[in-house]
Write a protein that binds this ligand. Sequence first.
Ligand code: AMP
Length: 424
Amino acid sequence: MKFRDLGLIEPILKALNDKNYTEPTPIQEQAIPIILRNQDILGCAQTGTGKTAAFAIPIIQLIQQKETHQGKPKLRALIVTPTRELAIQIDENIAEYSKYTNLKHAVIFGGVKQGKQVTKLRNGVHILTATPGRLLDLQDQGHINFNDIKLFVLDEADRMLDMGFIHDIKKLIRILPEKRQSLFFSATMPENIFKLSRTILNDPAKVEITPASTTADTVKQEVYFTNMSTKRDMLVHLLKTEIDDQVLIFHRTKHGADKIVRYLKGRDIRSVAIHGNKSQNQRQAALKDFKSGKVNIMIATDIASRGIDIDKLKYVINFNIPNVAEDYVHRIGRTGRAGESGRAMSICEPEENAFLKDVMKLVGNKIKTINDHPFPQTDKPMTEREKKEFNKQKEAKKREMIAARRASGQNRGSRQKSKSNYRR
Ligand code: AMP
């Protein structure tokens, strides 16, 4: 199957050709025709499957074909996604696929001043990508008019709920035009997500690309058992002996991510960290340095890294085993994207053995144990200091989740802020 067979218009085919994309990925092959015939979609797929283009391309086509291009552009499509990085990435994709059309697009997210975003909105856009907090805030202030929206995308619905955006989403649904086409995407589909989808969608077609077939098949997965006290040595050993290209390292906490940067710096290894305590500008700068190859090692927390797309990333290292098994799938999904091969290495200390079991259950025991290394795990019980550190990390993770929720409230105007504070 070629993109040409999907009935796409010339300006889009030309843009895809510029990117050397000739064949649609499975989710694109399934979703594009459904969206073009104006049907709603319930999509179970994670990033890395080509999901963004699967909704962006038909949205651009549907709007381009109907637009008269007279007067100020009207907001026709709204895409809502949980994190700023993801929002920026989706908007960049839209810019690329729509470059031979006259469509206007913009992205809005919290954590930065709203002035530039408001100016863009005032000039008129056809396609808007947004995070929930800033979207509702600007709508509240009268800067966005939802009346002409024909297409609505809710992206990463499960993460949206994890991050505490449920009230924002429900509010948004109430104020969107009832007559619209809706596309709903989630990496997982537990009961609460499915229920939410039913309040948004009308007779949807189901599209499913399961994580097992998108990540496990193209990513070589390995685990290195070690102790807490030798974890950092293990990391340096891997960086020096196994890694010959760019690597994304996951850490459970923001504090821990910063500590690794400092530890590596002490060993003359340059790295950058990306997490929620960094300002938007710092995060963008770190990402830019990494994407351009100026820095080859990036340490990220789960939330900050969600959906980040780095071309042909070969290596992912899990400095700790995530305590939510699904996060493992998201982490290793950063490599082996769109059919490229990748390698995911996890460093596991005794206290994380149980988390690893959960992960193994989810991915079907596809993780190979590598015993041949200088820092093997011993069975000695944790020392008091290690136990304290472990509990500290657990607490820090909890605080991070709470702070992430709070940040979504803080991005709002004062009226909204007081409301969300009240909610908590
Ligand atoms: P996504 O799931 O949207 O984050 O996309 C994952 C990666 O696949 C991104 O780098 C896309 O640019 C790339 N991609 C999307 N569609 C295609 C395609 N049809 N052929 C090759 N690469 C693609």
